[in-house]
Design a protein around this ligand. Structure first.
Ligand SMILES: Cc1ncc(COP(=O)(O)O)c(C=O)c1O
Length: 447
């Protein structure tokens, strides 16, 4: 069977992001550091770390060895019915140390979606245990993405992803606009924008009735929604509304967690401690799937110690020993190689490099970033500020591919999130490729 014949059996999500390439051209076979190689031998800089996952970079033997060692010692045992295993316990203790404030109690799952499901369940159970049975709704944000499961559809703020599944969505889960400075700052300041959006959040909770609202869930940076970076001050504003109205705050740090934004967790930019935090991706850098929901002490305390049936549904693979061993090795590398600090430094270099190379281009609305989450928001070159035609935007992916890098162009923005181990020379290469791609596109559009 040829590669092409085999791939025809694989559901590669039937999206044609690379229509100019054959399926075999997109067969990735090997990777090291920030580089990946296709089966046909093309070497590409992984400008989006897979899906903003591979924080420590590809091909780290230490993680492979930890996985092999743990597989032989104990490949599987559940963490239900009071059982535990050494890597899961060690990792939970490590997360209690790494996460801010008193986020101390971890439930593991497999995907980011499930971590958010668990967070919403924990929030609901907490209120039930505290005698507030009507609190169940979760307020979320337009442009937000929290997962691919039916439960997380309820808090998805990307309507185009849900049209077909609308009948499966819970009613009454309101969506509020987040502060998107580039699009809605207007003539006011960032502080005024935060105040305006915070007012709208407060109103939405009031409209639903705070006595029916369990939690607000948010991404500190809205990634899938177009790398929307709310101004600093936003998380503090949400925290204070949640406190005032007795609603829990769930921070979805699935993408932003583990150094991506130049801090271990993005909430730390504002010294905010959410009640629940969901993490995935960078926890293992994708070497093995793993996610976690981390609760503050007062939440954990609301759960009875003597229950004999689970009150939040754990899945079969919760606390999988091999995944937890991979996470411990991965976090060890992050600490030893100073990758959080590197993300901050290299993020600044990437942002400034792109700003100076293409910041003034007519098709560039804004270059923005926090740590190694950087994007270029593209606009029509007529000065109207309208988002660039999507068909044009995706051409950036093609140009970058031809020049030797994988970037992610969707919606209105070209998004970059390379591995956190990226070196200054590699950042400069990425800047060069992206700048040349934007340059070429602008020339084609403006003639
Ligand atoms: C912020 C955020 N939350 C949740 C998810 C869902 O995670 P998973 O795809 O692992 O279920 C994603 C996936 O990209 C995400 O970006």
């Amino acid at each position: 069977m040829t590669d092409a014949e085999m791939i025809r059996h694989l559901w590669t999500h039937k999206t044609q992001n690379h229509p100019w390439l054959s399926d075999e051209d997109l067969l990735i076979t090997r990777a090291e550091g920030v580089w990946v190689w296709t089966q046909r031998g093309k070497k590409l800089l992984d400008g989006f770390a897979g899906l903003a996952v591979v924080n420590v970079g590809h091909g780290r033997r230490e993680i492979a060895e930890a996985i092999a060692e743990q597989t032989v010692r104990l490949a599987y045992y559940p963490t239900t019915r009071q059982f535990s295993n050494r890597p899961a316990a060690e990792l939970a203790a490590k997360l209690a140390r790494l996460t801010p404030g008193d986020l101390t109690y971890t439930m593991f799952a497999v995907s980011g979606s499930e971590a958010n499901e668990r967070a919403m369940q924990m929030a609901r159970y907490y209120w039930l245990a505290r005698g507030h049975a009507s609190k169940h709704k979760v307020i979320s944000f337009q442009g937000g993405y929290h997962g691919a499961t039916t439960g997380t559809f309820a808090v998805c703020g990307l309507p185009h992803m849900l049209q077909a599944y609308a009948p499966l969505q819970f009613p009454g889960f309101a969506k509020v606009a987040p502060p998107y400075p580039f699009r809605d700052r207007g003539i006011g300041t960032d502080e005024e924008l935060v105040e305006r959006r915070a007012g709208e959040l407060r109103e939405a909770i009031g409209r639903e009735g705070a006595e029916t609202v369990s939690a607000v869930i948010l991404e500190p940076i809205l990634s899938s929604g177009g790398c929307i970076i709310p101004p600093l001050g936003w998380l503090r504003a949400v925290r204070s509304i949640c406190d005032e109205l007795e609603v829990l705050m769930i921070a979805d740090e699935v993408i932003t967690g583990f150094g991506r934004t130049g801090r271990w967790f993005a909430c730390e930019h504002e010294a905010v401690v959410p009640d629940l935090m969901s993490v995935a991706k960078g926890i293992t850098s994708g070497y093995v799937p793993l996610s976690a929901t981390i609760a503050r002490q007062h939440l954990a305390d609301a759960f009875p110690e003597d229950a004999t049936e689970e009150n939040v549904h754990p899945n079969t693979y919760a606390g999988h020993p091999v995944a937890c061993a991979a996470a411990l090795a991965n976090l060890g590398i992050m600490e030893q190689d100073g990758l959080v600090e590197n993300a901050e430094k290299m993020g600044k270099r990437l942002l400034e490099g792109l700003q100076s190379a293409v910041g003034q281009h007519a098709i560039v609305g804004e270059v923005r970033g926090r740590g190694l989450m950087v994007c270029i928001d593209l606009v029509e070159p007529d000065g109207s500020g309208r988002p660039l035609d999507r068909k044009r935007l995706v051409e950036i992916e093609r140009k970058a591919w031809d020049l030797g890098a994988i970037v992610f162009a969707r919606g209105t923005a070209v998004r970059l999130a390379p591995p956190l181990c990226i070196s200054p020379a590699e950042v400069d290469q990425l800047v060069g490729v992206v700048a040349e791609s934007v340059d070429a596109l602008q020339r084609e559009i403006t003639g």
